[in-house]
Each structure stands twice: as structure tokens, then as C-alpha cells.
Design a protein around this ligand. Structure first.
Ligand code: ADP
Length: 469
């Protein structure tokens, strides 16, 4: 089977979040299991600067809303890069200095249409696998161009980002006028690109079974719950894995000392290293780590709210993230209030993410919604106990204390400050008073299967199901 996997970010090359991790690890696992999987992404300026020895494969040109659009295709291993410097030769993937690029529709329409060119350049393919709004126009182009032999799967990694643009931009897409109807891509007078992915794909999936159900309700549906309910016959959920080669405490060169669940002494060294890097007091105080986009979704407000009381217990908190300027400013302001106890790093730093995962005792992830979430799985792999709400992938991947025989996390019963405080105080209590319980929870966490093998097989079954011939 031959699959074209289209994603706007792939971890080794360009990353803003979990989509990049999935777009790196899943194709690799599919290839390992026998699928001929080719990945296509834009050639951003930051990728060019990495000096990857990619090869020029072809020039492409096609009819677009602007007349003729053209670009070049480069390849490295199984990944293909679409070059167009007007669209991608700039800083950032989707935004700069906290502001989305105003021509994002045009940029990702170009990328999506270029993916169609890849079908004939590298094909024939059995299936195109699209991911999130940035590649959600591909099924619409396939439909418009009548490429009937090709099956399409659309994966929603986060329904909160739908790619909504003013309908005056419609002509640049060069799609049939009737596609801008409420049952296709029209959304309150605007263009909704993600809606096109839902409408025109043979099958849709989200990145956890719970999220697939949640998005069919008004609370989590982000305005599309009705539509998603109406297509529930072609909507399913497959849990993400993590790349267990990248995230492996026994072979991680980015952390102070490797360790495994058979010998956890390295984790103590990692904790000391983390404390030193963030100028925290040395000693066996519980360390709570948090890494992620600083947006409301991730529950950052709740974490900020409980810092004063958590600090009173002698606990330490380390936060790495970037995102909304309001949260960034607030955290920076707080960092001077709790010297020796609170460490803040604003930015995107993959090396530091490894150091925090390895050096923390607990990991904070009280998301308001979570399509899957990778950080809780990475934490478990590093023997760091996740503290999570009961939504989406957090519900599906973390067995919390009191919920089963092999607890490896703590639950925040609902996304509010009181529940959050009660969970972090529980964490502090078990850390200081129930060492054996902490050890067994760490063990359970590290033994959990968080790899891609099983989920990749589920994707293969889905591919088989929708493949035409
Ligand atoms: P989301 O995709 O919603 O951002 P996930 O938990 O699914 O959240 O995945 C986030 C990924 O991005 C993880 O690999 C995480 O470590 C990484 N990440 C997020 N923010 C940062 C940051 N500021 N620095 C380094 N890595 C980050």
C-alpha cells in the first residue's frame, strides 16, 4: 500500500506541537510495518537553515486563483519539501511575534494544491492522509479534480484550530463555487477549511477515542458538533503514541544521567541538574514540571492560581512554554516572587523539555480539553507522575490513583482551581508521606506501552477499509 502523508509540521524539521511528533513517528512506524509512506511538508526558512542534504526532485506548477503558481520539490529520506519562498521563506510556521500571518489561507492552499502535484510525481498512491486544517483542502481538491481512485483520511489533531478566513478570499482557492455551501466549507459567512476536510474525506479520525466522542457535543465541538454528529458513521478515534526512540530515559543524551525503572538513581541526578539550571534550592522537595503552549486549553490559569499555595508546602515548580503574551508576562512576573522555588523559561526549547521531563517528580497537565496529549505519555516514560484532568486523551492514557490496579497518575476531578489545588496537595502528601506508593506509581508509569506499534496497526486497518482497490 502506498500512502501520501501530508502535514504542515514534522518533528525533525519544524515543530510547534504534537502534530509534528505524530507526523514524524507515525510514518516511520508505518514504513517499519511495510507501508510505502511518503511525507510532504512545506520547506520553511528554518528548515533551509538546518542544512539538511536534501535533493532537488522536480519543479512544479499548476493553475491557482492567481493564474500559474509554481514551486520546487526537494527530498530527504521519505520526506518531501515544497519550496516557495514567497509563502514559506519567512520566520515561523503560521505566525510571527504572536500574530497569525494574514495570508495563511493562500500559503496552505498553495501547499495543499502542491500535494496534489505530488500524487502524479510520486504515484500512483492508494491513499492520502491529511492532518489538521493546513492540509484539509487536499480532499476538496481531490473531489474537485475528480481523482476517484484515491481514498482520503483526515485526522483532526485539534478541533480548536479550524482555519477560518473571510469568504472574500474564496477565489484564490480555485474550487467550485458550490463547495462554499453550509454543508461543505461555509461557516457563519466565512470559509472554514477544516470543515472541507470533514466533508470531503472518506474517513475522519481524532487522536483519541474519547475526543472523537467529545467533539460530537456542544461543550467540545467548537461549533462543529452538529456536523460531526451527522458524520459519526465515518468518525473514529485512534490514540497517539510517542516516539520511544526519541523519548527514552535510558538512552537520552540530553539529560544529566540515563536511567530505567530497574535503576532510578539517574533520575535523582536529573532532578539535581534541573534544580541547578533553574536556581532552585537543592534537596528532596517535590518538583512539579509543566511544558506546553501557554494557552487557555492547557490550564495554565489554574496552575498560576495554585502556585502560591503550592509554594507554601515547600514544593518547586518549573514551567517551560510559549504562547499567549498575557500568560508569558504573568509567569515572568511571578518568577521573581518565589526565588528558589519557581523556575520559568519562556520559549520553545526541545533540549530543556527532556531535562524537565526527566528531572521532575510530577507533571502538570490540567487541560480544559485535550485531543490526545503527548506530554503525559512522555512523563510516564520518564517516571514522572502526570497530574491530569479527565478529558480526551488524558482520560484514555492515564490510569489515575483510585481508578484501577496499576495507577500511574493523579486526576484533577474538574478543570477548576479547587480541584487543581486538591490534586497538587495530594501529590505533595504522597511524595512526602507515602514513598512506596510513589515508587510503585513510577514503576507502573514506566512500564506502560506508549509506543506507536498498536496505533499504527489501527491506522493500517483504517487505510485497508477505505482503500478503493
Ligand atoms: P499540543 O500538540 O496541544 O501542543 P501535545 O502534548 O500533544 O500538545 O504535544 C506537545 C509537544 O510539543 C510535546 O512534544 C512537547 O514536549 C512539545 N512542546 C510544547 N511546548 C514546548 C516548549 N515550549 N518547548 C519545547 N517543547 C515543547
Amino acid at each position: 500500500m502506498k500512502v501520501l502523508f501530508c502535514s504542515s509540521e514534522v518533528a525533525e524539521y519544524a515543530k510547534t506541537g504534537g502534530l509534528a511528533d505524530v507526523s514524524s513517528a507515525l510514518p516511520q512506524e508505518l514504513i517499519r510495518q511495510g507501508i510505502d509512506c511518503r511525507v510532504v511538508m512545506p520547506l520553511y526558512k528554518s528548515i533551509r537553515e538546518k542544512g539538511i542534504p536534501m535533493k532537488h526532485v522536480s519543479d512544479i506548477s499548476f493553475l491557482s486563483g492567481h493564474g500559474i503558481s509554481s514551486g520546487r520539490v526537494f527530498a530527504y529520506e521519505h520526506t518531501y519539501f515544497i519550496e516557495n519562498n514567497t509563502y514559506f521563506g519567512r520566520d515561523g510556521l503560521y505566525s510571527y511575534a504572536g500574530k497569525d500571518y494574514p495570508d495563511n489561507l493562500e500559503r496552505f492552499a498553495f501547499y495543499s494544491r502542491a500535494c496534489i502535484e505530488m500524487l502524479s510525481l510520486l504515484g500512483p498512491f492508494d491513499l492520502v492522509h491529511c492532518n489538521d486544517w493546513q492540509s484539509a483542502l487536499i480532499p476538496a481538491y481531490i473531489k474537485a479534480l475528480g481523482i476517484d481512485s484515491l481514498a482520503t483520511l483526515f485526522t483532526i489533531h485539534n478541533l480548536a484550530y479550524q482555519g477560518i478566513f473571510n469568504s472574500s478570499a474564496w477565489p484564490i482557492l480555485l474550487l467550485p463555487e458550490e463547495f462554499l455551501r453550509p454543508d461543505y466549507m461555509e461557516f457563519f459567512g466565512n470559509i472554514n477549511v477544516l470543515k472541507g476536510g470533514i466533508a470531503f474525506s472518506d474517513m475522519i479520525n481524532t487522536v483519541s477515542p474519547s475526543y472523537a466522542l467529545e467533539i460530537q457535543t456542544p461543550q467540545f465541538g467548537a461549533g462543529l458538533d452538529g456536523l460531526l454528529k451527522s458524520v459519526s458513521h465515518k468518525l473514529t478515534g485512534i490514540i497517539n503514541g510517542i516516539d520511544t526512540a526519541v523519548w527514552n530515559p535510558l538512552q537520552d543524551r540530553l539529560i544529566a544521567q540515563p536511567y530505567s525503572c530497574d535503576d532510578m538513581s539517574g533520575k535523582m541526578q536529573c532532578k539535581k541538574d534541573l534544580q541547578k539550571r533553574f536556581s532552585l534550592d537543592q534537596g528532596d522537595h517535590p518538583v512539579f514540571g509543566m511544558i506546553g503552549r501557554l494557552v487557555e486549553q492547557k490550564g495554565i490559569d489554574m496552575v498560576v492560581d495554585v502556585i502560591p499555595e503550592l509554594a507554601k508546602t515547600g514544593s518547586q515548580i518549573v514551567i517551560l512554554g510559549n504562547g499567549h503574551p498575557r500568560h508569558e508576562k504573568e509567569l515572568l512576573k511571578m518568577s521573581s516572587l518565589y526565588p528558589g522555588q519557581l523556575g520559568i523559561h519562556i520559549g520553545f526549547d526541545e533540549g530543556l523539555a527532556h531535562i524537565i521531563e526527566a528531572g521532575s517528580d510530577f507533571f502538570l497537565m490540567p487541560s480544559a480539553f485535550e485531543p490526545c496529549g503527548l506530554n503525559q505519555m512522555i512523563s510516564m516514560r520518564y517516571g514522572t507522575i502526570p497530574i491530569v484532568t479527565s478529558v480526551g486523551g488524558l482520560k484514555d492514557t492515564v490510569e489515575a490513583l483510585g481508578e484501577g490496579d496499576n495507577p500511574c497518575g493523579l486526576r484533577v476531578s474538574s478543570p477548576n482551581k479547587d480541584a487543581m489545588l486538591s490534586s497538587v496537595l495530594q501529590a505533595h502528601r504522597i511524595f512526602t508521606q507515602e514513598k512506596q506508593l510513589v515508587i510503585s506509581m513510577r514503576n507502573n508509569a514506566m512500564k506502560k506501552n506508549v509506543g506507536w506499534e498498536i496505533s499504527a496497526q489501527e491506522y493500517m486497518h483504517l487505510y485497508q477499509k477505505i482503500k478503493r482497490f
